[in-house]
Design a protein around this ligand. Sequence first.
Ligand code: NAD
Ligand code: MG
Length: 352
Amino acid sequence: MKTIHVNASKSYDILIERGVLERAGEEIKTVCGAGEALIVSDDTVWDLYGETVLASMQKAGFDVTSFTFPHGEQSKNLSVYADILNALAARHLSRKGLVVALGGGVVGDMAGFAAATYLRGVRFVQIPTTLLSQVDSSVGGKTAVDLPAGKNLVGAFCQPSLVLCDPHVLSTLPDPVFYDGCAEVIKAAMLKSHAFFEDLQKTPPREQLEHMLEFCISMKRDVVEEDEFDTGARQYLNLGHTFGHAVEAASAFSISHGCAVSIGMVMMTRAAVKKGYCKEDTLEQLIALLKQYHLPTEVPYPALSLLGIVRSDKKTMGGTVTLVVPEKIGRCTLVPVPVCDVPDWLTAGGAQ
Ligand code: NAD
Ligand code: MG
């Protein structure tokens, strides 16, 4: 077992171990004590892993029940959020109670926000079951729900008490969902490590899951410890996301987040080459690796249709966008750009 300790406003451990799901009850009991708990999951994940976690928690002495909702981003709304709160209230869960999120990023974000707000905050444990949620969304304490006006517009910072990452559960993840998560893994390599980038080139991802989880979780942990509330260094994690979000929104979300981030990273690296921040070879290696991981690299929309979306992004504050610009594999820099210069960056990135 590998333990990664996070020292944020609250300290907690992230455990990485094959089969840890079967021992979830014992691990959670060690940190939280065995009391009342609600497991929140989606229908797909519950059918696959719900009974295992429930039985393990019952065996450890928890008074535990479950609440599930239909899988998918369309469930990440205020109405399902209210349903989770009502399930907690119906169970008379007290302030000593515990919410366990069993699922991908949607479950983690929703259950986390419910735990942050029910009775002004109860304890929260994450059991992430997608690659994206293991390497990204379960680290860092951001929770959220979507509004009709946009994604993640309501939420809270809420650090969990414990995170249990079981690489074994990724064996049931459909390939497109798995590779979607790989975009964030490649992002971590572009931000921090040429050696890790080479590891990704050499070994197929499903053969080095523990290594990928350990690298990405540690990388995000370091950034979050430096800037828990997203006012500085955490902006680096936006690599590929500013233009990626625009691509995602322009497609009305038919292009998935990971695919959009892949395209966004290519755009930003191509623009970086044109503007003299990095060499052509960096772009070539990035495109080759993304293709190896079945991720798209072509820009599907013209600059004009992306521009309006970048302008209205919640991160475009005070008329300036902070772009994360690659200098070489393993190193990026933050470049504040006035919104009037964004069209130039978009076309330099390959948008017509
Ligand atoms: P998801 O939770 O919708 O999961 C994707 C699909 O995989 C779902 O249909 C789910 O039922 C299924 N699934 C999950 N685990 C499985 C398994 N082990 N085997 C088979 N199927 C499984 O999506 P996601 O990609 O995990 O997360 C995306 C969400 O995460 C978005 O809402 C995004 O905004 C959020 N997010 C949050 C943060 C953060 O810091 N809080 C960071 C990144 C992304
Ligand atoms: Mg992302």
